[in-house]
Design a protein around this ligand. Structure first.
Ligand code: PHE
Length: 473
């Protein structure tokens, strides 16, 4: 059996795009982007985020898929193949696997909230439209450690079930049906949002580049989020690319994924902020934003309970198409490198990630990983850093992974592609079956100089190094 047959491959070209878009489109777009956009003051943050997507994210995505497709291996094996068995580049692959491990451990908690809201919609407990009451529901859930733990285990089990099914039967089939459905649902909600009194104010908030509330941390967050939302820096695109057939166009696939992902993130903002402004809620509500706003919006429509069920179950599915790619990264490391069976790898990794997620599930409480953790961290790191790195274990894990690990490994992947990968492999992969081959030189320059420089400056700025050197204030 050839390597390809043994590992599995996408059944069709569109299957890959849908699955990769499924990985990219997830809680990052619908839950996280609107709330960090709200916290960072809207427009200017959105603009920086868009620049990061085009100038940094897209070129790295092409690079990641290229690494995966040319080696047909998951991250560690891929770097080993291209950089040499003894090469240190393997560590970059390992970093990705580790980041995927940590990320899934808290991603699953948020997905658990979506599961809980689906359940509440079914039982009719949140179909009322009073913003205060709906807000309290989220507050209660956030602090309810038992519910968080239960849903975390449930969601991890769901993820494992799909990954056990393998590439075509599990991942591709799910994405094919659910991604289009999600787009339809969001479109319906968007039409509804245009009728809200807060629509104009929301447009202004999202698109007017007002820099008043933008900080250095905000810029780091925009950069980090562009990696998070495109599933970069953890090797997910390397892994998915490794199941991609040689005859599809890498560049146009990557552009399609980025466009879809960005459209959905902006749609989510344009759905949530009109409600926020119409009901006098604040855009800085934090992680509860989507959970507090959607039930209020839907309550104004006929069949609101049914729509709530549809929305939150789609959110669960969007999370699932992302979480499976995270678990796939970790599991495929053991399948490819340690020669474990898919079953063993999936089960062992799921158990380990579920255990590692327990502190995140307990973060809403006041004990060890919640408020106590936040104050302990502040006293160790000092006031300024303690505040930047935000609250409890859950926030901290997200902060370290999104703002530091992803950009760092993204930068290393860019450097690898631009400076280490053989010119023949690189050019061949880029131009094969492509009408966009003429963009090769521009892409390469971006990866060689622009991408590493931007990431480095942002990282140094955030650590305060540039300030200490008197370069920026
Ligand atoms: N891109 C996903 C989201 O936006 C998260 C994710 C990151 C998934 C990295 C896989 C790998 O929700």
């Amino acid at each position: 059996m050839s390597n390809g047959e043994n590992r599995g491959a996408w059944g069709s070209k569109i299957g890959f795009v849908l699955a990769a878009a499924g990985s990219a489109i997830g809680l990052g777009n619908i839950w996280k982007f609107p709330y960090i956009c709200g916290e960072n003051g809207g427009g200017a943050f959105v603009l920086i985020y868009l620049v990061c997507i085009v100038v940094v994210g897209l070129p790295i995505m092409i690079g990641e898929i290229m690494i995966g497709r040319s080696t047909q291996k998951s991250p560690v094996g891929a770097f080993e193949d291209l950089g040499g068995k003894r090469s240190r580049w393997k560590i970059v692959g390992g970093m990705g696997v580790f980041a995927a491990f940590v990320m899934l451990s808290y991603y699953s908690i948020v997905a658990g909230w979506a599961c809980h809201y689906t359940w509440l919609s079914i039982s009719g407990e949140i179909s009322g439209g009073d913003p205060k009451e709906v807000g309290a529901v989220f507050g209660n859930l956030y602090e309810n450690t038992n519910a968080n733990l239960g849903w975390h285990v449930f969601f991890m089990a769901l993820t494992a079930l799909v990954v056990l099914g393998g590439i075509q039967r599990g991942i591709e089939r799910g994405a094919r049906i659910l991604m289009p459905l999600l787009l339809v649902m969001l479109s319906v909600l968007l039409v509804q949002a245009t009728r809200q009194s807060g629509w104009d104010k929301a447009l202004q908030f999202v698109f007017e580049p007002n820099t008043d509330n933008l900080t250095a941390e905000g810029i780091l967050e925009a950069l980090g989020h562009s990696f998070f939302t495109l599933s970069l820096g953890v090797g997910a695109m390397i892994t998915y690319g490794s199941y991609l057939r040689k005859d599809s166009c890498l560049v146009s696939n990557s552009v399609a994924i980025c466009v879809l992902d960005t459209v959905i993130a902006l749609m989510a903002c344009l759905i949530l902020f009109p409600i926020t402004f119409s009901f006098g809620m604040t855009p800085t509500a934090g992680p509860g934003l989507v959970f507090q706003n959607i039930p209020v919006a839907l309550a104004q429509m006929p069949g609101s309970q049914f729509l709530c069920i549809v929305f939150f179950s789609l959110l669960v599915f969007a999370a699932l198409t992302s979480s499976i790619s995270l678990l796939e990264v970790v599991a495929s490391y053991f399948i490819d490198q340690k020669k474990w069976s898919r079953k063993k790898a999936t089960l062992v990794c799921t158990a380990a990630i579920t255990l590692f997620g327990i502190p995140s599930a307990l973060s809403g409480g006041t004990d060890l990983f919640g408020a106590n953790f936040a104050s302990a961290k502040e006293s160790i790191l000092g006031e300024e850093w303690g505040a930047i790195t935000k609250g409890n274990w859950f926030d901290f894990a997200d902060y370290v992974v999104s703002n530091w690990m992803l950009p760092l490994s993204g930068m290393l992947i860019a450097v690898f592609c631009a400076w280490r990968l053989g010119e023949k492999v690189r050019r061949d992969e880029f131009v094969r079956s492509s009408t966009l081959g003429h963009l090769y030189a521009a892409w390469l320059r971006l990866l060689q100089y622009v991408v590493p420089a931007i990431i480095l400056v942002v990282l140094l700025h955030s650590t305060g190094v540039l300030k200490a050197l008197g370069i920026l204030d």
